[in-house]
Design a protein around this ligand. Structure first.
Ligand code: CAA
Length: 258
């Protein structure tokens, strides 16, 4: 399937989605969000895909929601259409792992979309920011919430109130990104990480993702309880039997993803 605003490739067990509106620095217009949702639907249904990489261009992961599309919307327009929540949430409901590979600008909705992914690998050229305040609004897709959980109140306030950008080094220090790689190696490194994940048991990976995400949604005691329940559930997997038997027998496991 071909899309107007994204490029999609399947490389073995890894799905690669590239945001592709170069004329607008990958600004996240409604049509792009629709394309992205359809691509994620397809990759979730495709049993052969076990990890996804979401990336942009060298210059921009995404420079935010599309300001030109947004500019004339009224309160009723955005309220009735649940503007920005609808569609964007598809990234957060994806049960397969998604890595954001970010080079250049990840601003506003671009930063928010990267934060919706499971983790962020940044090129040394990456710049993160929530500049909505500079155009008379505020982050509308998790920027005040997820960023605060990632980097703490002080830095999140600084970013949201001054609109300043964070470079890759600061973003790594603050815990927003998991690692920094040279820009020329960004996609290869992200694919390598995705291949590593895809080499493991898919249900175990999905359960691990669900458990880590739970840490954001609940108290420590509830989270620990949830973790123990789903940890116990992994003992129902053939892959757990295979993984542990392979360790004992000093051989590589052959996971069947069940
Ligand atoms: N929406 C629509 N178009 C955008 C855009 C955006 N968010 N960001 C860039 N573009 C367009 C520009 O209008 C320009 O198009 P034209 O050539 O037709 O004028 C093209 O992309 C290239 O951009 P620039 O000429 O501005 O490139 P630059 O290198 O000089 O600057 C930049 C790069 C600093 C990222 C600058 O483009 C910029 O500040 N962009 C807007 C960033 C922003 O405010 N993002 C937040 C959006 S609001 C939001 O995301 C809400 C939310 O929480 C969900």
């Amino acid at each position: 399937m071909t899309y107007e605003n994204i490029l999609v490739e399947k490389r073995g067990a890894v799905g690669i989605v590239t945001l592709n509106r170069p004329q607008a620095l990958n600004a996240l217009c409604a049509a792009l969000i629709q394309d992205l949702g359809a691509a994620l639907d397809d990759m979730e249904e495709d049993q052969a895909i076990r990890a996804i990489v979401l990336t942009g261009s060298e210059k921009a992961f995404a420079a935010g929601a599309d300001i030109k599309e947004m500019a004339s919307k009224t309160y009723m327009d955005v309220y009735l259409s649940d503007f920005i929540t609808k569609g964007w949430q598809r990234v957060t409901t994806c049960r397969k792992p998604i890595i954001a590979a970010v080079a250049g600008y990840a601003l506003g909705g671009g930063c928010e979309m990267a934060m919706m992914c499971d983790f962020i690998i940044a090129a040394d050229t990456a710049k993160f920011g929530q500049p909505e305040i500079t155009i008379g609004t505020i982050p509308g897709s998790g920027g005040t919430q997820r960023l605060t959980r990632f980097v703490g109140k002080s830095k999140a306030m600084d970013m949201c109130l001054t609109g300043r950008m964070m470079d890759a080094a600061e973003a790594e220090r603050a815990g927003l990104v998991s690692r920094i790689v040279p820009a020329a190696e960004l996609l290869a490194e992200a694919i390598k990480a995705a291949e590593k994940i895809a080499s493991f048991s898919l249900p175990a990976v999905m359960i691990a993702k669900e458990a880590v995400n739970r840490a954001y949604e609940t108290s420590l005691a509830e989270g620990i309880l949830f973790e123990r329940r789903v940890f116990h559930s992994t003992f129902a997997l053939e892959d757990q039997k295979e993984g542990m038997a392979a360790f004992v027998e000093k051989r590589k496991p052959v996971f069947k993803h069940k």
